[in-house]
Design a protein around this ligand. Structure first.
Ligand SMILES: *Cc1c(COP(=O)(O)O)cnc(C)c1O
Length: 373
Protein backbone atom coordinates (compact mmCIF):
# COMPACT_ATOMS: atom_id res chain seq x y z
CA UNK A 1 0.00 0.00 0.00
CA UNK A 2 1.20 3.51 -0.80
CA UNK A 3 0.78 6.49 1.55
CA UNK A 4 -0.13 8.57 -1.50
CA UNK A 5 -0.29 6.54 -4.71
CA UNK A 6 1.07 8.76 -7.48
CA UNK A 7 1.63 5.83 -9.84
CA UNK A 8 -2.04 4.82 -9.89
CA UNK A 9 -3.01 8.42 -10.44
CA UNK A 10 -0.65 8.67 -13.42
CA UNK A 11 -1.91 5.40 -14.88
CA UNK A 12 -5.50 6.64 -14.70
CA UNK A 13 -4.69 9.55 -17.04
CA UNK A 14 -1.51 8.32 -18.72
CA UNK A 15 -2.59 8.88 -22.33
CA UNK A 16 -3.56 12.54 -21.94
CA UNK A 17 -0.56 13.37 -19.76
CA UNK A 18 1.94 11.65 -22.07
CA UNK A 19 0.50 13.48 -25.08
CA UNK A 20 0.59 16.84 -23.30
CA UNK A 21 4.22 16.35 -22.24
CA UNK A 22 5.26 15.16 -25.69
CA UNK A 23 3.70 18.29 -27.23
CA UNK A 24 5.79 20.53 -24.94
CA UNK A 25 8.98 18.63 -25.76
CA UNK A 26 8.31 18.94 -29.49
CA UNK A 27 7.36 22.62 -29.30
CA UNK A 28 10.61 23.32 -27.31
CA UNK A 29 9.18 26.30 -25.40
CA UNK A 30 10.28 24.77 -22.11
CA UNK A 31 10.19 28.05 -20.16
CA UNK A 32 7.17 30.38 -20.33
CA UNK A 33 5.46 28.33 -23.07
CA UNK A 34 1.81 29.02 -23.86
CA UNK A 35 0.65 26.27 -21.45
CA UNK A 36 1.82 28.40 -18.51
CA UNK A 37 -0.49 31.33 -19.29
CA UNK A 38 -3.33 28.89 -20.05
CA UNK A 39 -2.82 27.23 -16.69
CA UNK A 40 -2.74 30.56 -14.86
CA UNK A 41 -6.08 31.49 -16.43
CA UNK A 42 -7.61 28.13 -15.58
CA UNK A 43 -6.36 28.24 -11.98
CA UNK A 44 -7.60 31.81 -11.44
CA UNK A 45 -11.05 30.90 -12.84
CA UNK A 46 -11.24 27.75 -10.70
CA UNK A 47 -10.37 29.64 -7.54
CA UNK A 48 -12.45 32.70 -8.42
CA UNK A 49 -9.62 35.23 -8.14
CA UNK A 50 -8.52 37.83 -10.70
CA UNK A 51 -4.79 37.06 -10.93
CA UNK A 52 -2.72 33.88 -10.77
CA UNK A 53 1.07 33.92 -11.13
CA UNK A 54 2.62 30.46 -11.47
CA UNK A 55 6.06 30.08 -9.88
CA UNK A 56 8.78 27.59 -8.97
CA UNK A 57 7.32 26.11 -5.78
CA UNK A 58 5.07 26.82 -2.80
CA UNK A 59 7.90 28.22 -0.69
CA UNK A 60 8.88 30.78 -3.33
CA UNK A 61 5.19 31.66 -3.63
CA UNK A 62 5.12 32.62 0.07
CA UNK A 63 8.38 34.55 -0.22
CA UNK A 64 7.16 36.42 -3.32
CA UNK A 65 4.04 37.52 -1.42
CA UNK A 66 6.10 38.90 1.47
CA UNK A 67 8.45 40.62 -1.00
CA UNK A 68 5.52 42.18 -2.90
CA UNK A 69 4.35 43.72 0.38
CA UNK A 70 7.89 44.90 1.26
CA UNK A 71 7.93 42.93 4.50
CA UNK A 72 11.35 43.09 6.14
CA UNK A 73 13.39 44.31 9.10
CA UNK A 74 11.28 45.51 12.03
CA UNK A 75 8.16 43.63 10.89
CA UNK A 76 6.41 40.85 12.83
CA UNK A 77 4.77 38.01 10.87
CA UNK A 78 2.38 35.67 12.71
CA UNK A 79 2.59 32.00 11.73
CA UNK A 80 0.90 28.91 13.20
CA UNK A 81 3.28 26.85 15.36
CA UNK A 82 1.96 23.63 13.80
CA UNK A 83 2.73 23.64 10.07
CA UNK A 84 5.33 22.71 7.47
CA UNK A 85 8.64 24.55 7.88
CA UNK A 86 8.15 26.75 4.76
CA UNK A 87 5.28 28.75 6.29
CA UNK A 88 7.78 30.20 8.79
CA UNK A 89 11.05 29.84 6.88
CA UNK A 90 10.22 32.66 4.48
CA UNK A 91 9.84 35.18 7.31
CA UNK A 92 13.52 35.47 8.39
CA UNK A 93 14.42 34.98 4.72
CA UNK A 94 12.99 38.45 3.99
CA UNK A 95 14.47 39.84 7.22
CA UNK A 96 11.29 39.90 9.33
CA UNK A 97 10.62 38.25 12.70
CA UNK A 98 8.34 35.20 13.02
CA UNK A 99 5.89 35.06 15.93
CA UNK A 100 4.50 31.56 16.33
CA UNK A 101 0.86 31.21 17.32
CA UNK A 102 -0.89 28.19 18.85
CA UNK A 103 -3.42 26.08 16.93
CA UNK A 104 -6.77 24.47 17.78
CA UNK A 105 -6.45 20.91 19.00
CA UNK A 106 -9.53 19.77 17.03
CA UNK A 107 -8.84 21.34 13.59
CA UNK A 108 -5.02 21.74 13.82
CA UNK A 109 -5.49 25.23 12.33
CA UNK A 110 -4.42 28.59 13.81
CA UNK A 111 -6.33 29.63 16.93
CA UNK A 112 -7.89 33.10 16.46
CA UNK A 113 -7.68 33.70 20.25
CA UNK A 114 -3.97 32.84 20.34
CA UNK A 115 -3.40 35.07 17.29
CA UNK A 116 -4.97 38.09 18.95
CA UNK A 117 -3.03 37.44 22.14
CA UNK A 118 0.22 37.25 20.16
CA UNK A 119 -0.50 40.53 18.34
CA UNK A 120 -1.23 42.27 21.66
CA UNK A 121 2.04 40.94 23.08
CA UNK A 122 4.06 42.25 20.14
CA UNK A 123 2.41 45.68 20.41
CA UNK A 124 3.02 45.94 24.18
CA UNK A 125 6.40 44.30 24.58
CA UNK A 126 8.40 44.81 21.37
CA UNK A 127 9.34 47.52 18.87
CA UNK A 128 8.17 45.34 15.98
CA UNK A 129 5.33 46.31 13.71
CA UNK A 130 2.66 43.60 13.28
CA UNK A 131 2.26 43.31 9.49
CA UNK A 132 1.13 39.88 8.27
CA UNK A 133 -0.64 36.74 9.44
CA UNK A 134 0.12 33.55 7.52
CA UNK A 135 -3.15 31.62 7.64
CA UNK A 136 -2.29 28.00 6.82
CA UNK A 137 -5.06 25.61 5.67
CA UNK A 138 -3.47 22.60 7.34
CA UNK A 139 -4.00 19.07 6.03
CA UNK A 140 -6.52 20.48 3.52
CA UNK A 141 -9.06 22.16 5.81
CA UNK A 142 -9.40 25.93 5.35
CA UNK A 143 -8.43 28.03 8.38
CA UNK A 144 -11.17 30.14 10.03
CA UNK A 145 -10.65 32.90 7.50
CA UNK A 146 -13.63 35.03 8.52
CA UNK A 147 -12.40 35.32 12.11
CA UNK A 148 -8.82 35.82 10.94
CA UNK A 149 -9.89 38.68 8.66
CA UNK A 150 -11.77 40.38 11.51
CA UNK A 151 -8.60 40.32 13.62
CA UNK A 152 -6.46 41.39 10.66
CA UNK A 153 -8.75 44.35 10.05
CA UNK A 154 -8.72 45.36 13.72
CA UNK A 155 -4.89 45.46 13.79
CA UNK A 156 -4.37 46.41 10.11
CA UNK A 157 -2.55 43.22 9.18
CA UNK A 158 -2.34 41.64 5.74
CA UNK A 159 -3.55 38.04 5.40
CA UNK A 160 -1.35 35.59 3.50
CA UNK A 161 -3.28 32.36 2.95
CA UNK A 162 -0.90 29.39 2.71
CA UNK A 163 -3.09 26.96 0.77
CA UNK A 164 -0.25 24.58 -0.13
CA UNK A 165 -2.24 21.68 1.34
CA UNK A 166 -5.76 22.81 0.54
CA UNK A 167 -6.08 23.43 -3.21
CA UNK A 168 -9.68 22.56 -4.11
CA UNK A 169 -10.93 22.96 -0.52
CA UNK A 170 -13.85 25.28 0.19
CA UNK A 171 -15.73 27.32 2.76
CA UNK A 172 -19.30 27.23 1.51
CA UNK A 173 -18.98 27.70 -2.24
CA UNK A 174 -15.78 29.71 -2.01
CA UNK A 175 -12.49 28.00 -2.85
CA UNK A 176 -9.21 28.15 -0.96
CA UNK A 177 -6.57 30.44 -2.51
CA UNK A 178 -9.23 33.18 -2.46
CA UNK A 179 -9.20 33.93 1.28
CA UNK A 180 -5.92 35.82 1.60
CA UNK A 181 -5.11 39.36 0.48
CA UNK A 182 -2.56 37.22 -1.32
CA UNK A 183 -2.88 33.41 -1.32
CA UNK A 184 -0.34 30.79 -2.33
CA UNK A 185 -0.31 27.11 -3.15
CA UNK A 186 2.15 24.33 -3.99
CA UNK A 187 2.08 21.71 -6.76
CA UNK A 188 4.61 19.44 -5.04
CA UNK A 189 3.74 15.92 -6.30
CA UNK A 190 1.95 14.74 -3.15
CA UNK A 191 -0.20 17.86 -2.65
CA UNK A 192 -3.91 17.76 -3.58
CA UNK A 193 -3.05 19.13 -7.05
CA UNK A 194 0.48 17.90 -7.72
CA UNK A 195 2.73 18.14 -10.75
CA UNK A 196 5.75 15.98 -11.67
CA UNK A 197 8.39 18.09 -9.99
CA UNK A 198 8.31 21.39 -8.09
CA UNK A 199 5.67 24.02 -8.76
CA UNK A 200 3.62 26.70 -7.05
CA UNK A 201 1.32 29.67 -7.61
CA UNK A 202 0.37 33.02 -6.12
CA UNK A 203 -3.19 34.41 -6.25
CA UNK A 204 -4.58 37.91 -5.66
CA UNK A 205 -7.42 40.22 -6.69
CA UNK A 206 -5.15 43.26 -6.33
CA UNK A 207 -3.89 44.57 -9.71
CA UNK A 208 -0.91 46.44 -8.30
CA UNK A 209 0.38 43.49 -6.27
CA UNK A 210 -0.14 41.20 -9.27
CA UNK A 211 2.09 43.45 -11.40
CA UNK A 212 4.78 43.45 -8.72
CA UNK A 213 4.55 39.65 -8.34
CA UNK A 214 4.88 39.18 -12.13
CA UNK A 215 8.03 41.28 -12.03
CA UNK A 216 9.45 39.71 -8.87
CA UNK A 217 9.27 36.12 -10.08
CA UNK A 218 11.34 36.91 -13.21
CA UNK A 219 14.38 38.72 -11.76
CA UNK A 220 12.43 41.87 -10.97
CA UNK A 221 11.85 42.55 -14.67
CA UNK A 222 10.54 45.88 -15.90
CA UNK A 223 9.35 46.40 -19.50
CA UNK A 224 11.21 43.28 -20.60
CA UNK A 225 13.45 40.57 -19.21
CA UNK A 226 16.63 42.64 -19.66
CA UNK A 227 15.22 45.71 -17.95
CA UNK A 228 15.38 45.07 -14.20
CA UNK A 229 13.59 47.44 -11.87
CA UNK A 230 13.82 45.55 -8.57
CA UNK A 231 15.67 42.62 -6.97
CA UNK A 232 13.65 39.48 -7.55
CA UNK A 233 13.87 35.72 -7.90
CA UNK A 234 14.14 33.28 -10.76
CA UNK A 235 10.96 31.38 -9.94
CA UNK A 236 8.91 30.23 -12.90
CA UNK A 237 6.78 27.16 -13.42
CA UNK A 238 8.21 24.95 -16.21
CA UNK A 239 6.06 24.55 -19.31
CA UNK A 240 6.17 20.76 -18.82
CA UNK A 241 4.72 21.11 -15.33
CA UNK A 242 2.03 23.48 -16.59
CA UNK A 243 1.05 20.93 -19.26
CA UNK A 244 0.80 18.17 -16.64
CA UNK A 245 -1.30 20.38 -14.35
CA UNK A 246 -3.67 21.41 -17.17
CA UNK A 247 -4.46 17.72 -17.69
CA UNK A 248 -4.63 16.87 -13.99
CA UNK A 249 -6.98 19.75 -13.16
CA UNK A 250 -9.77 18.04 -15.09
CA UNK A 251 -9.92 15.15 -12.61
CA UNK A 252 -9.34 17.19 -9.44
CA UNK A 253 -12.97 17.62 -8.35
CA UNK A 254 -13.67 13.93 -8.83
CA UNK A 255 -10.55 13.04 -6.84
CA UNK A 256 -11.53 15.38 -4.02
CA UNK A 257 -14.97 13.79 -3.85
CA UNK A 258 -13.39 10.36 -3.54
CA UNK A 259 -11.07 11.58 -0.77
CA UNK A 260 -14.11 12.85 1.08
CA UNK A 261 -15.71 9.40 0.91
CA UNK A 262 -12.51 7.78 2.15
CA UNK A 263 -12.24 10.24 5.04
CA UNK A 264 -15.87 9.51 5.99
CA UNK A 265 -15.17 5.76 5.90
CA UNK A 266 -12.10 6.17 8.13
CA UNK A 267 -13.96 8.39 10.58
CA UNK A 268 -16.90 6.00 10.84
CA UNK A 269 -14.65 3.05 11.73
CA UNK A 270 -12.02 4.82 13.82
CA UNK A 271 -14.00 7.31 15.92
CA UNK A 272 -13.90 4.99 18.95
CA UNK A 273 -10.22 4.15 18.52
CA UNK A 274 -8.53 7.54 18.09
CA UNK A 275 -9.52 11.19 17.89
CA UNK A 276 -10.58 11.60 14.24
CA UNK A 277 -10.17 14.93 12.41
CA UNK A 278 -12.80 17.62 13.00
CA UNK A 279 -14.08 19.49 9.95
CA UNK A 280 -15.93 22.69 10.93
CA UNK A 281 -19.48 23.32 9.61
CA UNK A 282 -19.49 24.67 6.04
CA UNK A 283 -15.90 23.65 5.42
CA UNK A 284 -14.70 21.22 2.79
CA UNK A 285 -11.22 19.77 3.21
CA UNK A 286 -8.97 18.91 0.26
CA UNK A 287 -7.65 16.00 2.39
CA UNK A 288 -3.93 16.48 1.88
CA UNK A 289 -3.67 14.35 5.03
CA UNK A 290 -6.02 12.30 7.18
CA UNK A 291 -4.53 12.91 10.61
CA UNK A 292 -5.73 11.41 13.89
CA UNK A 293 -4.69 12.00 17.50
CA UNK A 294 -3.63 9.08 19.68
CA UNK A 295 -3.84 9.04 23.50
CA UNK A 296 -0.10 9.53 23.83
CA UNK A 297 3.26 8.94 22.16
CA UNK A 298 3.39 5.30 23.24
CA UNK A 299 0.06 4.52 21.60
CA UNK A 300 1.26 6.26 18.45
CA UNK A 301 4.41 4.14 18.34
CA UNK A 302 2.35 1.00 18.91
CA UNK A 303 -0.05 1.85 16.05
CA UNK A 304 2.78 2.76 13.66
CA UNK A 305 4.48 -0.59 14.37
CA UNK A 306 1.24 -2.58 14.05
CA UNK A 307 0.38 -0.98 10.70
CA UNK A 308 3.95 -1.43 9.45
CA UNK A 309 3.72 -5.17 10.11
CA UNK A 310 0.91 -5.29 7.55
CA UNK A 311 2.86 -3.17 5.06
CA UNK A 312 0.72 -0.09 5.79
CA UNK A 313 2.71 3.16 5.67
CA UNK A 314 2.02 6.07 8.04
CA UNK A 315 3.62 9.46 8.63
CA UNK A 316 3.96 11.90 11.51
CA UNK A 317 3.19 15.45 10.40
CA UNK A 318 4.63 17.21 12.38
CA UNK A 319 6.92 15.95 15.14
CA UNK A 320 8.30 19.32 16.20
CA UNK A 321 6.59 22.67 16.89
CA UNK A 322 7.99 25.47 14.72
CA UNK A 323 9.16 27.47 17.75
CA UNK A 324 11.44 24.58 18.75
CA UNK A 325 13.12 24.25 15.32
CA UNK A 326 16.81 25.05 15.73
CA UNK A 327 16.73 27.19 12.57
CA UNK A 328 14.59 29.81 14.35
CA UNK A 329 16.77 29.98 17.48
CA UNK A 330 17.48 33.64 18.24
CA UNK A 331 15.29 34.77 15.33
CA UNK A 332 11.80 34.58 16.81
CA UNK A 333 9.63 36.27 19.42
CA UNK A 334 7.97 33.89 21.89
CA UNK A 335 4.74 35.78 22.46
CA UNK A 336 2.27 33.09 23.49
CA UNK A 337 2.41 29.56 24.91
CA UNK A 338 1.87 26.93 22.20
CA UNK A 339 0.68 24.12 24.45
CA UNK A 340 -1.85 22.63 21.99
CA UNK A 341 0.83 22.38 19.31
CA UNK A 342 3.20 20.65 21.73
CA UNK A 343 0.49 18.15 22.63
CA UNK A 344 -0.44 17.47 19.00
CA UNK A 345 3.18 16.96 17.93
CA UNK A 346 3.48 14.10 20.41
CA UNK A 347 0.21 12.42 19.38
CA UNK A 348 -0.59 13.04 15.69
CA UNK A 349 -0.54 10.27 13.13
CA UNK A 350 -1.37 10.51 9.42
CA UNK A 351 -2.89 7.50 7.63
CA UNK A 352 -2.71 6.58 3.92
CA UNK A 353 -4.95 9.02 2.03
CA UNK A 354 -5.32 9.46 -1.73
CA UNK A 355 -8.15 9.16 -4.26
CA UNK A 356 -7.01 5.76 -5.54
CA UNK A 357 -7.19 4.01 -2.18
CA UNK A 358 -9.42 0.93 -2.54
CA UNK A 359 -12.15 -0.33 -0.20
CA UNK A 360 -10.07 -3.35 0.87
CA UNK A 361 -7.14 -1.09 1.67
CA UNK A 362 -9.27 1.24 3.80
CA UNK A 363 -10.64 -1.82 5.55
CA UNK A 364 -7.13 -3.19 6.14
CA UNK A 365 -5.99 0.08 7.74
CA UNK A 366 -9.07 0.25 10.00
CA UNK A 367 -8.90 -3.41 11.03
CA UNK A 368 -5.26 -3.10 12.02
CA UNK A 369 -5.91 0.14 13.94
CA UNK A 370 -8.79 -1.47 15.84
CA UNK A 371 -6.85 -4.70 16.42
CA UNK A 372 -3.85 -2.88 17.86
CA UNK A 373 -5.94 -1.09 20.48
C1 LIG B 1 4.36 21.95 0.99
C2 LIG B 1 4.10 23.17 1.77
C3 LIG B 1 4.73 24.38 1.47
C4 LIG B 1 5.84 24.51 0.48
O1 LIG B 1 5.62 24.06 -0.80
P1 LIG B 1 6.85 23.63 -1.74
O2 LIG B 1 6.22 23.58 -3.09
O3 LIG B 1 7.32 22.29 -1.26
O4 LIG B 1 7.88 24.66 -1.63
C5 LIG B 1 4.37 25.51 2.18
N1 LIG B 1 3.46 25.44 3.17
C6 LIG B 1 2.85 24.30 3.49
C7 LIG B 1 1.84 24.31 4.59
C8 LIG B 1 3.16 23.12 2.82
O5 LIG B 1 2.57 21.98 3.18
Amino acid sequence: MEFRDLKKQYQAHQKEIDAAMKAVIEETRYISGPQVARLEEKLAAYVGVKHCIACGNGTDALQLALMAWNIGAGDAVFVPDFTFFSSGEVVPLVGAVPVFVDVREDTYNISPESLEEAIEYVLRHTDLKPRVVVAVDLFGQPAEHEKIHEIAEKYQLLVLEDAAQSFGGRIGERRTCSFGDISTTSFFPSKPLGCYGDGGAVFTDNDEWADILRSLHVHGKGGDKYDNVRIGLNSRLDTLQAAVLLEKMDSLDEELKRCDQIAAAYTKRLADVVRTPEILPGMQSAWAQYTVLTENKEERERLIAALKEEGIPTAVYYKKPMHLQQAFAGKLIEAVPCTQTEKICGRCLSLPMHPYLEEEQIEAVCERMIGAQ
